[in-house]
Design a protein around this ligand. Structure first.
Ligand code: GAF
Length: 394
């Protein structure tokens, strides 16, 4: 990843005008998985990895965007990019990196942001791609705040997160919830963000000073655009529908209890019951985990992470062999309070809460153990919880 000054210089060299710089982070979810799209609770933190967007306005109605990561440039009129590509996306064209910034322009235009004169963009990020660390949300949010900055259009951060989610749902075609875009906007250094996904309210949970977040990348590719994610969403909605017949006040699974599942779970297909049990118990775990952080009780937090992983593995069936190996190995390391699959699943990363003094030994043991068990070299990142999206001043 280039420095901010280098990205600014590259923008100038490409377009002959200075660009304004904006950044938005990826995220790691500490606990609360697959609960956001049924109005539940999640507790992610923004990470030190981000997408940076340099932007300058144009007058010719074109969007010219250069992805440094993909070493590729697109140059299209707004209608070619937003209207033609939207139609071809709907017709099933494969997702391209430019669909994320294009989707954001599409959603902002729909909201009334003046984009018709066009922009030049330079985009570079260091959020690992396909690792379940929300590279998509980071490019969306960075693009959104860049365009809003360039047009001096004032929008609240919650609305920015919602428009980025809309871009991903309706333009890119991935049916994600609100967690990733929200924490990319609202992240705060050294804090996890406990989000109530129904009311889009949040509280900050300070990460105790003697704990570090260590992320182990299984190197098995994850994608929200894949079919499993949408299947899980449909199963959760089917379960809520059955409970609603008995308790009409159940708007989403967030309103259901374990007791409801005990009483009426037999009316659900066995798989649907398992999926619902994960979500209902996970919401309770998030609330308990926020209390544990407030009390600086890392042991308790770690236990909840362990339970969350088992639930995600066995009831939600969103894990995979490599991720389970990473979680099991982490459990054997001194100084590791807890470990679990993070993000959408079916590959990607584990999140580990590790005593600050033990991070070096933990990292080495994890790398060696995983290589021995799978033949794969894991990438391991230590990240502080970081700040959310912001403009960069050079
Ligand atoms: C992906 C989605 F984008 C999020 O909205 C969330 O559902 C997550 O998977 C699972 O918790 O990151």
């Amino acid at each position: 990843m280039q420095t901010h000054a280098e990205i600014a210089a590259l923008h100038f060299a490409s377009y002959n005008v200075p660009g304004a710089l904006y950044a938005a982070p990826g995220r790691v979810n500490l606990i609360g998985e697959h609960t956001d799209y049924s109005d539940g609770f999640v507790m992610p933190a923004a990470i030190d990895f981000a997408t940076v967007v340099a932007i300058s306005p144009r007058t010719d109605g074109r969007i010219v965007a250069h992805s440094v990561n993909y070493d590729e440039r697109i140059d299209k009129s707004i209608s070619e990019l937003l209207d033609d590509d939207y139609a071809s996306r709907r017709a099933g064209r494969k997702v391209h990196w430019s669909d994320y910034p294009a989707g954001v322009l599409w959603a902002l235009r729909e909201h009334g942001v003046p984009i018709e004169k066009g922009f030049s963009l330079t985009i570079e990020g260091d959020v690992p791609l396909g690792a379940g660390l929300s590279s998509s949300a980071s490019i969306e949010v960075a693009t959104a705040i860049a365009v809003l900055g360039a047009t001096s259009f004032d929008l609240q951060s919650t609305k920015i997160a919602l428009l980025c989610q809309r871009a991903e749902n309706a333009f890119v075609g991935a049916n994600c919830g609100i967690m990733d875009q929200f924490v990319s906007c609202f992240g705060k250094q050294d804090h996890a963000v406990m989000i109530d996904c129904r009311w889009l309210e949040y509280t900050l949970a300070p990460i105790p000073a003697d704990a570090r977040i260590v992320i182990c990348n299984s190197m098995v590719k994850h994608s929200v655009a894949g079919g499993e994610y949408n299947t899980r969403r449909a199963e959760i909605e089917a379960g809520a529908e059955i409970l609603r017949k008995h308790r009409p006040e159940i708007v989403a699974l967030r309103d259901a209890t374990v007791d409801d599942l005990t009483k009426w779970g037999h009316e659900m297909p066995a798989t649907v019951l398992k999926r619902c049990r994960h979500v209902v118990t996970e919401n309770a775990r998030v609330l308990a985990a926020a209390d544990a952080f407030r009390a600086a009780n890392l042991t308790r937090f770690g236990e909840l992470m362990g339970q969350a992983h088992i639930s995600l593995r066995d009831d939600f069936e969103a894990s995979c062999k490599e991720i389970d190996i990473l979680v099991e190995l982490a459990g054997q390391q001194p100084g590791c309070f807890g470990a679990r699959l993070t993000g959408g699943g079916f590959g990607g990363c584990t999140v580990n809460l590790v005593a600050a003094a033990g991070v070096g030994a933990f990292t080495e043991a994890m790398r060696a153990g995983y290589l021995e068990a799978t033949g794969i070299t894991a990438e391991i990142y230590t990240s502080r919880a970081s700040a959310g999206a912001h403009a960069i001043t050079l």
